[in-house]
Design a protein around this ligand. Structure first.
Ligand code: IYR
Length: 229
């Protein structure tokens, strides 16, 4: 909780912060139930076209923007696309890149690794989902005299914001997937983004389609993901 108590540290105002704490039993229960809830999240590739209130999208984006970032520069821009004509342009350009990726850019091993996930160059969700969020990383900022101002740890920061974004989507009862058409410069063009921004990740947001199946894959157990010293 942010309080109203203020002090000056090296000339900069700081406000007293008191985070909510729980007793050990409650902590165990909360961390377990949060894990179980997050463990229910799956990448979904089939969407309903049922509309979603823009207020929900805006709350999700504000949540993403609570992520920590290098020197608090918040080096991200979220492009929200609901216009059917723009979604169609994005789908056509993405599928064109994806056809090349699947047919010649990917190694045989890569294709084999993707086979259980059932992905292919067709991306109908780019038109079906009511919203597409294109997360752009801001590689630098423009100063008052158009000079370049540095951002820091841009990939790490934007990656963290995407993690928060995906969690917020799940929390709202909606679904997404991380779509990574490569190269992504067609998005810079279609969305007319400035030269300091580069598309980082594309996330469709919506309700899942009527009857959806996801790959029957498992998450690694704790013993495989953690080492203790
Ligand atoms: N960019 C393609 C292919 C793809 C690559 C990986 I690695 C995946 O985990 C899933 C898909 C696509 O978005 O379909």
């Amino acid at each position: 909780m942010i309080t109203k108590d203020k002090i000056l540290l090296e000339g900069y105002e700081h406000i007293r912060y008191k985070h909510k704490q729980y007793d050990e039993e409650e902590m165990k229960e909360r961390s377990k139930s949060f894990f179980e809830w997050m463990d229910e999240r799956r990448s979904v590739r089939h969407f309903s076209d049922k509309p979603i209130p823009i207020e929900v999208i805006n709350n999700i984006l504000k949540t993403a923007s609570t992520a920590p970032s290098g020197a608090h520069k918040q080096p991200w821009t979220f492009c929200v696309v609901s216009n059917p004509e723009i979604k169609k342009q994005i789908r056509e350009a993405a599928e064109e890149e994806e056809r090349k990726t699947y047919s010649s850019r990917m190694s045989d091993q890569w294709r084999k690794d993707l086979a259980p996930l059932g992905t292919d160059p067709n991306k109908p969700f780019l038109e079906t989902a009511p919203y597409l969020i294109i997360v752009c990383k801001r590689t630098f900022e423009f100063g008052e005299n158009n000079e370049k101002l540095q951002n820091y740890y841009v990939n790490e920061s934007v990656g963290l914001a995407c993690g928060f974004l995906i969690s917020a989507i799940h929390n709202a009862g909606l679904v997404t997937l991380t779509h990574t058409p490569s190269p992504m410069n067609f998005l810079t063009k279609i969305l007319d983004r400035p030269s300091n921004e580069k598309p980082f990740l594309l996330l469709p947001i919506g309700y899942e389609a009527e009857e959806v199946y996801v790959p029957n894959i498992e998450r690694k157990p704790l013993e495989e993901i953690a080492v203790y010293y």
